[in-house]
Unconditional design. Structure first.
Length: 207
């Protein structure tokens, strides 16, 4: 299966539409009472869920491209990654603005004392670095280091499901399913991850 340039453009447009639809649903959901009288926790989970779903979809691109023998499919990976960052940033903003109302002392305390929030912040910082350096310009500037940096997405794929699991007060089945899917997608890359880890270990030993 080979995607033509027009096919790639069309797929990108379709993915943009699909990614924005959950946001367009929100005004209607609030208007029709789909959220409770205290919607902040539900909104936090909704946005976090979509960040995680899109992250898992992003990790599916390489296996799909290999299975379908369509290298052009890789061209949509950056688009999806930026949507992951967008949803994760909205998730963070809801927590900062609506949940803690920019009480910076409390925010700092929560990040330090609550493990799942620590994991969430580490994940967001890594996603920020990946989003900022996702352009071709940064790829040229960083050279071989660019791929090493972007391999940190695999750590994010592990941290976010754990963050979700620790965050929920009841109902562990959904986060376990997400964690299992993430581990499966990482397991598919076990050879690559092993090489990456060996390279990092050797680089540290050489210092």
């Amino acid at each position: 299966m080979r995607l033509s340039p027009k096919g790639v453009t069309g797929l990108k447009a379709l993915l943009h539409v699909a990614a924005v639809l959950p946001l367009l649903w929100l005004p209607w959901a609030f208007e029709t009472g789909r959220f409770s009288a205290d919607p902040v926790p539900e909104l936090l989970q909704y946005l976090g869920d979509w960040a995680l779903r899109l992250l898992l979809l992003t990790l599916c691109i390489s296996p799909l491209a290999k299975k379908l023998k369509s290298g052009a499919l890789i061209k949509v990976r950056r688009l999806l990654g930026l949507w992951v960052f967008a949803y994760a940033s909205l998730h963070l903003l809801v927590w900062l603005l609506l949940d803690l109302q920019l009480a910076w002392g409390q925010i700092g305390s929560e990040i330090v004392k609550r493990g799942f929030i620590t994991l969430g912040m580490v994940s967001w910082v890594l996603l920020l670095l990946l989003a900022v350096t996702s352009t071709r310009g940064w790829q040229r500037r960083l050279g071989p280091r660019w791929q090493r940096l972007h391999n940190w997405v695999y750590l994010v794929a592990l941290l976010i499901p754990i963050h979700f699991w620790w965050a929920v007060k009841s109902g562990w089945i959904e986060p376990v399913i997400y964690l299992a899917l993430s581990l499966g997608l990482l397991g598919w890359r076990r050879d690559k991850l092993s090489r990456w880890w060996r390279t990092r270990t050797q680089a540290r030993s050489a210092r």
